[in-house]
Design a protein around this ligand. Structure first.
Ligand code: SF4
Length: 256
């Protein structure tokens, strides 16, 4: 089978990020259930807020007990997840996920590892409030299935390095990683974490190109055409309207 044309550069990118940033140890969480809840709570929110919501659930003694979580009243659940923002929406999404987990897997998140990956992803996408990014984060980080998670950091980095079109769809970007790299969960786990960490430190919406460790090695044309002193001069690629708004983490934050 011929090698994917982007395989060498994607492998080089991974190695560079890993050397510069060191291992990530993602996703923090003592259980698959905690990781799945974190993936829902971090939607369109900084990780710090999601982490505080998880701390509230932990302090209440319900974080690792789906029966206790489901026994919470809507008002109680909303109060616990409030630090994550849009707490009523997130409480409903958490509840929908828990109901699905009980219905399909007796409330046991460890069973998700035994479900074939494609089947699990399709089922998660049918849960209200879970979109592709959240489904993939749960499938990868909570259940160990090899699905590459595409978020705003990934989209931005690939576009700025000229590896993908700025308006590529979620499916197109994920297919790129799946075709160019071995379908291995540990690799996808760490690669996504590396990209997000680089996006938090350097390739932000207003990038810090002057010190970016990728700038020279990858001949980042986005940086070369930008003036650090005048961020407003940065080229702004045309964007397609977002096709769906639910279930995306929005990638404003991720576990550090
Ligand atoms: S040089 Fe700038 S635009 Fe390019 S990857 Fe680094 S931070 Fe992003």
């Amino acid at each position: 089978m011929p090698t994917h044309p982007l395989r060498p550069v994607l492998r080089k990118l991974y190695r560079r990020l890993h050397v510069v940033q060191g291992p990530s140890g993602w996703w923090p969480g003592e259980s698959g259930l905690e990781i799945a809840l974190g993936a829902i709570l971090v939607q369109h929110a900084p990780w710090a807020g999601a982490a505080r919501a998880l701390d509230h659930l932990r302090a209440a003694g319900v974080l690792h007990d789906t029966h206790a979580l489901r026994a919470l009243s809507p008002a109680q659940l909303e109060a616990h997840v409030r630090p994550a923002g849009t707490f009523r929406v997130k409480a409903r999404r958490v509840r929908a996920f828990l109901d699905w987990l009980h219905r399909e897997h007796a409330g046991d998140a460890t069973r998700l590892r035994d479900v074939p990956g494609d089947e699990l992803r399709a089922a998660l996408l049918r849960v209200p409030g879970i979109g592709p990014e959240t489904a993939d984060a749960i499938a990868l980080y909570a259940a160990g299935h090899p699905f590459f998670v595409i978020d705003a950091s990934t989209r931005r980095l690939l576009a700025r390095l000229g590896l993908a079109a700025p308006d590529a769809t979620y499916e197109e970007l994920q297919a790129l990683f799946h075709a160019a790299l071995p379908r291995e969960a540990p690799l996808f786990n760490e690669y996504h974490a590396q990209i997000v960490r680089h996006g938090q430190e350097w390739c932000r919406a207003r990038p810090r190109c002057e010190t970016c460790p990728l700038r020279k090695e990858f001949g980042c044309t986005f940086a070369l055409t930008s003036s650090p002193s005048s961020p407003s001069a940065l080229p702004r690629p045309a964007r397609r309207p977002r096709r769906r708004t639910s279930g995306s983490t929005g990638a404003t934050g991720r576990p550090r």
